[in-house]
Each structure stands twice: as C-alpha cells, then as structure tokens.
Write a protein that binds this ligand. Structure first.
Ligand SMILES: *Cc1c(COP(=O)(O)O)cnc(C)c1O
Length: 222
C-alpha cells in the first residue's frame, strides 16, 4: 500500500478528535510530500539534525513536532519554527525552550514527558517529579512555553495488558495535573500516547494524539 492509502485507511479508522502526528524520521522529503499531498500537516521527527535539514525543503505550513529526546544545547536550532516539543523532560530543558523561543519571538507548545514504561532507558518525569515541577516558581515563571499536556511511551512489548495499564496510568497523571494545576488553563488538552504497534489501545485509553511512523511510511531502514 502507498503512503496515501495508509493515511486514508488510518483516517477512516481513527476518531476525528484524535490527531495524527506523522513521524517521518529516516524518511525522505518525497515520502513526506506524499503524505502532505494527502492533507497531512503535522509531522514529527526525533533528531534535531534531521529536523533542521528537512524543514527548509518542505512546505511552510507544515507543523513540525519534536518527539525525541532533546538536549538543552540543541534547542536553539529548532526554536525558530518548531510547533510542539513532546519530550520536555526536565526543568533545565523547559528553561532552554522558553529562553530560545523568546529570542525567536515565539511561544512553543510543550508536552511533559512522563516515564510510564518499565524500561530504565526511557526518558521522562515520574509522577512525583512532575507534581513538584508544577509547584516550582522557576517553572511557573517561564514565559515563552505553553504546557499543552503530557506524553508517554509504553514498554516495547507484545503484552497489551501491560501497555494498556501504562497508558491508563498516563491518563491518570494527566487528569491529576489538570485538576490541580491547569484548571484555568484552556490549553492543557493533549495526551500524546500511541505508536504504530499500540495506537488502538492508546485511543481506547484516552489518547488525543498518536505518533505514527511505520503504519504510514512503512518500515525504516536504519
Ligand atoms: C519513532 C517514534 C514514533 C513512531 O514509531 P512507529 O512505531 O514507527 O509508529 C513515535 N514516537 C517516538 C518518540 C518515536 O521516536
């Protein structure tokens, strides 16, 4: 099936309220354009270098999302155009994003990445850490970021019961944060969870944003 066919099929399956981030890492500009021509406007990349190489070669109305781990010293390269950063996982990084966004005269939407998987290697705040963060005056004083919700990656496993419980946990963290800290904030809306292997479960558990690579573009060659 072509990229267009994949997208059309996905759109027919997925509820309208769930948005698709087309994760185009390791995929060509031509592949991205095929998805663009099918109406896709939100694309995600996980490496700064790849993102800044592709962005100038593609239409200006694409909304670029950074979905991968981001180092503080690299924020300056993407702050001028990136719409949303899904992987905000420390106060230091949020401070860098706010500072660089301010220099660019912009505000960048950020999702607080929460560690929900059993694997050690995955980045993100624990629930306790994120609750502490929201009470930290250094966090509250940041001016050029908009906290738009949370993001999480489930354990890489075939065990969908485990994946489901991790997604359910993330949704719980989202609800807690919304109730305690973002009540007045109309922009705290997104739960970014679900990838090619687990997006159906993620949607059942309340995902508002799924990040899909393989099911749109086919397998990646590393
Ligand atoms: C690669 C990647 C995805 C998409 O992965 P697929 O399994 O190909 O859908 C989603 N989120 C992040 C953070 C990624 O790095």
């Amino acid at each position: 099936m072509s990229i267009s066919d994949n997208l059309l099929k996905l759109r027919s399956e997925i509820p309208d309220e769930v948005s698709i981030v087309a994760v185009s890492k390791r995929k060509s500009v031509e592949d991205i354009l095929e998805a663009y021509n099918e109406g896709q406007r939100v694309f995600g990349e996980n490496r700064v270098q790849e993102l800044i190489e592709k962005q100038p070669r593609l239409p200006g109305d694409i909304q670029w999302h950074m979905v991968g781990h981001l180092q503080t010293n690299k924020v300056k390269y993407l702050a001028g155009f990136t719409e949303m950063i899904h992987s905000a996982d420390s106060l230091k990084l949020l401070q860098a994003i706010s500072r660089e966004a301010s220099k660019a005269g912009r505000t960048i939407s950020c999702l607080l990445q929460i560690h929900i998987a059993s694997e050690e290697s995955k980045f993100g705040f624990s629930k306790e850490e994120v609750l502490d963060l929201t009470e930290d005056p250094d966090f509250q004083s940041l001016t050029n970021i908009r906290i738009a919700g949370v993001m999480g990656m489930a354990t890489f496993t075939e065990d969908m019961d485990r994946v489901r419980s991790e997604f359910r946990y993330l949704r719980g963290v989202f609800e807690d944060l919304k109730e305690k800290y973002f009540t007045e904030d109309q922009g705290f809306l997104e739960i970014s969870m679900g990838m090619s292997g687990d997006y159906k479960v993620a949607i059942e558990e309340g995902s508002t944003m799924i990040r899909l690579g393989t099911v749109i573009f086919g397998p990646r060659n590393y």
